[in-house]
Design a protein around this ligand. Structure first.
Ligand SMILES: *Cc1c(COP(=O)(O)O)cnc(C)c1O
Length: 389
């Protein structure tokens, strides 16, 4: 509340908010390798409104950096198909041609396939640690080598993993290198508002050095409104969210994140074990962290999901292959056995009632009075969005 009316656009007035932002960026960077080896002192960044804005800015900066460095005017970028939709958004906004490459059987970025698609005007490749759909870490070191050898940018998407992986490693989990300690990584997006437990609307974009980040800023010197310099997409920005992120990080501290990570990693392992005990289900790839995706060859997994929804669980529906995932948070600790029981029961119900089922998200339709024979999650989402827009 104390910072609800502050705005870091006026940095001479709201000096404490400016300092909060600098400290959130510095603390986040320190978690992600800024202090290691030769890279100390160069890593820099800003707070943004979320993962999408961090990604948009990293791509805009990389595009303009590659233009100044290599004269590329028709930029292209290559992403694994598991990379977040924000890259499509960036491609559309910034006129970058997007090339989406299938993942390997392990559901990781296919480094060889990406290499084959690199052209003279490729500006950037992407790796996620982990990717949103299946929670699997791409081979960041190999992608870094590839980017280095072609002299192009490499963005690592740590939106989900940034506040988990450094701690999971400390706890002894096998975590491959994923941050600025990997040569070739030029930028990173990391969401304070996910596992950083900060209020929604907070993320950090980081760059290996100032040379890249300087392309992020817009500076207007000729405006009658005076000298205008803005680092991010928004002009005025909410100082309260920046203060909220700072407060979240300071109150949790390294010990807080470590303890949270210990709990959610254990819950994730328990869920994986529980799913393996349900013969109709299979887990997609080998989850590296706290996102577990699973599908089925025996039952319609979306019907399972609908029944789970009617029991109060809200998992994300995925496609290619059809599957659903759970993103484990602290709330799941006390209810993990209940979840596994509901999951097992839901699978059983679908198995015993093949074909159309009612339930799941049906209450939304029920209120409108009419139930379609078979609710497709995809159709439902579109209807739902139409009705809320
Ligand atoms: C959540 C997420 C994003 C996008 O972040 P928003 O905060 O929803 O804009 C990008 N990449 C990954 C891997 C994510 O998990």
């Amino acid at each position: 509340m104390r910072f609800a009316h502050t705005n870091p656009l006026h940095l001479d007035v709201f000096q404490s908010v400016v300092r909060f932002e600098a400290e959130v960026v510095a603390m986040t960077a320190a978690l992600l390798g800024s202090k290691e080896k030769a890279y100390g002192g160069q890593v820099c960044g800003n707070m943004t409104s979320g993962g999408t804005e961090s990604i948009l800015l990293a791509l805009k900066s990389s595009r303009d950096y590659m233009k100044s460095k290599k004269g590329i005017t028709r930029p292209e970028m290559i992403i694994p198909e598991s990379a977040h939709s924000a890259y499509d958004k960036a491609a559309q906004y910034f006129n970058i041609k997007l090339c989406r490459v299938p993942v390997t059987r392990e559901f990781q970025a296919d480094v060889k396939a990406i290499k084959r698609r690199i052209k003279k005007n490729t500006i950037l490749i992407v790796g996620s640690a982990p990717g949103f759909p299946h929670g699997i870490i791409d081979p960041i070191e190999e992608l870094g080598q590839l980017a280095s050898s072609f002299g192009i940018c490499f963005h690592v998407d740590l939106c989900l993993g940034g506040f988990v992986l450094p701690f999971a490693r400390k706890l002894g989990y096998p975590v491959p290198p994923f941050d600025f300690s990997v040569e070739g990584v030029t930028s990173i997006s990391v969401d304070v508002h996910k596992y950083g437990l900060a209020p929604k609307g907070t993320s950090v974009v980081l760059y290996r050095n100032h040379d890249i980040r300087k392309h992020q800023f817009v500076a207007v010197t000729e405006w009658s409104g005076g000298l205008y310099v803005s680092p991010t997409i928004a002009g005025s920005r909410p100082g309260s969210l920046i203060a909220g992120a700072w407060a979240a990080m300071m109150s949790l501290g390294l010990e807080g994140y470590l303890e949270n990570t210990r709990v959610i990693m254990e819950v994730s392992k328990r869920i994986q074990k529980g799913i393996k005990e349900i013969p109709e289900l299979f887990i997609i790839g080998r989850p590296d962290m706290t996102i577990v995706a699973f599908g089925s060859d025996a039952v319609d997994i979306f019907e399972v999901n609908d029944i789970l929804s009617s029991k109060g669980w809200h998992l994300n529906a995925l496609q290619r292959p059809n599957s659903i995932h759970i993103c484990v948070t602290l709330q799941h600790g006390p209810v993990v056995e209940e979840f596994l029981k509901d999951l097992k029961d839901s699978v059983q119900t679908v198995k015993e009632n093949p074909g159309p089922v009612s339930g799941g998200l049906a209450p939304i339709y029920g209120a409108a009075g009419k139930m379609p024979d078979r609710v497709l999650v995809k159709d439902l989402l579109v209807d739902f969005m139409d009705s809320t827009c």
